[in-house]
Write a protein that binds this ligand. Structure first.
Ligand code: C2E
Ligand code: MG
Ligand code: MG
Ligand code: MG
Length: 288
């Protein structure tokens, strides 16, 4: 069919496609090298307690500074790692890195690590996490794992068994980016998430959109009823901070407080702004 249409247009199209494929292969090969060399690093963003205004945890966010292309968004290279079978190795390294980085912070500080759905496929996630905790000596109640509905949507027994096992170790499980995509309230019947993070798109609209505000209020109400913490993501200004605290978000995260930063900087930030009270030993069990 392409031949019949003939001419340069088809050739041009093919050439563009070919260039895209080659471009992607190159980036994939660079990513493999970067993972092996440990060039993918973690930055950390503080998550504030609404009640006390102090840092209650930090979220680990992967960063890749490409030698010639400069910084590449994690949205891009995490998806690439997922598609090219590199996510397990990258994910494993990041779990170990986050756990050992936490040793530079007070014992009251938790760290949240983002997980891709693929990391639940190999069946090795639980043993990887156990090993990271054991080797670094980090207390399990200092680790949080963030999953999105992309994981829960598949709703397999194996997925929930792994989540249950991780939680039984004392690790908190957070639902990230809630409210976008195919969010369903039944997720909370399937698994007792410790916290829900409201997607930043709702936070951006909270002052101007009645609908966004109603959705945020509904999620906060759900959180109260089910004893889940509620984290507002993407808080960028004092007005949003005030509204969200007033509505009853338990935690707040966003550029208003701080951008994600390298370990040395976050350690200093935390040293100035952290709680001194010890963490509970294990997450409180909840009647279901
Ligand atoms: P996420 O887990 O929802 O992380 C929050 C994103 O919002 C981060 O983007 C953070 O830098 C950004 N952010 C924080 N505060 C604000 C704010 O006030 N305004 C705005 N506009 N944005 C804010 P980032 O670092 O580019 O990461 C994007 C996504 O990439 C993450 O979304 C997560 O889904 C994924 N990701 C990042 N690191 C990892 C990782 O180590 N593993 C996996 N599987 N995914 C990761
Ligand atoms: Mg996250
Ligand atoms: Mg998020
Ligand atoms: Mg996100």
């Amino acid at each position: 069919r392409a031949k019949k249409e003939g001419g340069g247009r088809v050739c041009l199209f093919d050439a563009t496609l070919d260039a895209q494929v080659r471009e992607r292969r190159m980036l994939e090969s660079d990513l493999r090298t970067a993972i092996n060399r440990g060039d993918i690093v973690l930055h950390y963003q503080p998550v504030m307690s609404a009640r006390t205004g102090m840092v209650s945890s930090v979220e680990a966010l992967a960063r890749w500074e490409h030698e010639t292309r400069g910084p590449i968004s994690p949205e891009v290279f995490i998806a690439l790692a997922e598609d090219s079978g590199l996510i397990d190795e990258l994910g494993r390294k990041l779990i170990f890195r986050a756990c050992s980085d936490m040793l530079a912070m007070p014992e009251t500080m938790r760290v949240a690590v983002n997980l891709s759905p693929q990391q639940f496929k190999s069946g090795e996630l639980v043993s990887t996490v156990r090993e990271a905790l054991k080797r670094t000596g980090l207390a399990p109640n200092r680790l949080q794992l963030e999953v999105t509905e992309r994981l829960v949507i598949e709703n397999t027994q194996e997925t929930f068994a792994q989540l249950e096992e991780l939680r039984s170790l004392g690790i908190q499980i957070l639902m990230d980016d809630f409210g976008v995509g195919h969010s369903s309230l039944s997720y909370f019947q399937m698994f007792p998430f410790d916290k829900v993070k409201i997607d930043k798109s709702f936070i951006a609209d909270i002052e101007t959109s009645k609908t966004a505000r109603a959705i945020v209020e509904a999620v906060i109400g759900l959180g109260r009823q089910l004893s889940m913490g509620i984290v507002a993501e993407g808080v960028e200004c004092q007005e949003q901070n005030a509204v969200l605290s007033e509505l009853g978000c338990t935690h707040l995260q966003g550029y208003f407080f701080s951008r994600p930063m390298p370990l040395e900087e976050i350690a200093q930030f935390v040293a100035k702004n952290a709680h001194a009270v010890p963490l509970p030993l294990a997450p409180p069990r909840r009647a279901r």
